[in-house]
Design a protein around this ligand. Structure first.
Ligand code: MG
Length: 378
């Protein structure tokens, strides 16, 4: 593996990207409310990847993006790059179905040992390539050719951002996770002040982050950060909470935050405003209610991009920095040059991906515009 200088995700997708709110960063593209209106979809909460409305929104955005620079072309086929077998493969298949498109999807996750790349058929005219080498994205051109899929203005290349375009799974993804854990820790320690105990925090976070507790935390990092905060303040004991989750007495995060709210007098006075702000957002149905945590996540994420010196060894960069996946970038640049529409999807909350106006004034940029090293195999 080698370092190929520095770049940004925007080099190969421009502002054709949506973060979790599905509001395209390219201001010329329709807003989510307009997309829903134009596509005849009902208004409502922002759809997540597994919602049936999600692929319809993305298909509409892809066609709108295509019309911006190639008014005579229409998307007729899809190539999708992702890193998660279940979530990305099913998102890919649902996009093909919603668009009525044939397609080839790629799921990458690097591991040591012999290279294994498998092609399987998911549906009529829909194929999936799964590989333990990111370099295998280069095989996609051949797979497309075998199935008669041209690479031109009628093709959309949709790239998952997190752990695919940046922080490649199996290679560099742990730095993305570390940035998030650090943000939880910074937020909780900042709020608790002297009462913060890093050892306790790690114990609480690592245990409640396990899949066993997903029904309780909804696998939502905002909820988990809030729970760490309340436990860190000493209002609940970890053992007691774990026991009541396991026995079914504590069934959901909603129940937990209501209980905290009912016992406000036991809350550290310093935590009161923060609790009230988060409680209000949760009641309003905001899936990312812990704004301070997400702003810290933004800072700790961009703080790990492009910060290390040029000339460091590949291993050091992969350990310490969130880097761009060279193979994905090369493919996107090559295909983009042949007229293929490139588009990026990120599941990261917008608050953790885009700077506040104040930070933007200081020169901070959205993640996809933040420069970092490019690492991969030639
Ligand atoms: Mg991903």
């Amino acid at each position: 593996m080698d370092v190929f200088g520095r770049s940004t995700v925007s080099e190969f997708v421009g502002d054709r990207i949506v973060y979790r709110n599905l509001e395209a960063l390219d201001a010329r593209l329709p807003r989510l409310a307009e997309v829903r209106q134009q596509a005849g979809l009902e208004q409502g909460p922002v759809p997540r990847k597994q919602d049936p409305v999600y692929p319809q929104v993305i298909v509409h955005l892809l066609q709108a993006a295509r019309r911006l620079d190639a008014p005579d072309a229409a998307i007729q086929r899809l190539v999708y790059l992702g890193d998660t077998r279940l979530a990305d493969a099913s998102a890919f298949l649902s996009l093909c179905k919603a668009g009525g498109w044939p397609g080839v999807g790629f799921i990458g996750s690097e591991s040591s040992g012999p290279a294994v790349t498998e092609v399987s058929q998911m549906d009529d005219q829909v194929w999936l390539v799964v590989s333990n080498r990111w370099a295998a994205v280069r095989d996609l051109e051949k797979v497309c050719a075998e199935h008669g899929l041209a690479l031109d203005a009628g093709t959309a290349l949709v790239i998952d951002m997190d752990k695919t375009a940046i922080g490649a799974r199996g290679r560099n993804a742990q730095v993305i996770d570390q940035a998030r854990v650090d943000a939880v820790q910074d937020t909780v320690s900042g709020a608790l002040g002297d009462a913060f105990d890093p050892t306790d925090f790690r114990k609480i976070y690592d245990l409640l982050n396990q899949p066993e507790f997903h029904p309780f935390t909804a696998d939502n990092q905002d909820y988990l950060a809030y729970i760490c905060l309340v436990l860190g303040s000493g209002m609940f004991e970890l053992d007691d909470l774990v026991a009541s989750v396991r026995s079914g007495q504590m069934r959901s995060f909603d129940q937990f935050i209501r209980e905290v709210d009912a016992r406000q007098d036991d809350l550290l006075p310093a935590l009161m405003p923060l609790h009230q702000e988060i409680f209000k957002s949760v009641q309003a149905g905001d899936p990312t209610p812990f704004k301070r945590f997400r702003r810290n996540e933004y800072l700790s994420t961009v703080g790990r991009m492009g910060e290390l010196d040029d000339g460091l060894a590949v291993e050091q960069l992969l350990k310490g920095e969130i880097v761009i996946t060279a193979e994905v970038r090369a493919l996107a640049l090559d295909w983009g040059g042949r007229g293929v529409l490139t588009f990026c999807l990120s599941d990261k909350p917008d608050e953790a991906s885009i700077p506040t106006p104040e930070l933007a004034g200081k020169g901070y940029l959205p993640i996809h515009r933040t420069e970092t090293h490019v690492v991969g195999s030639d």
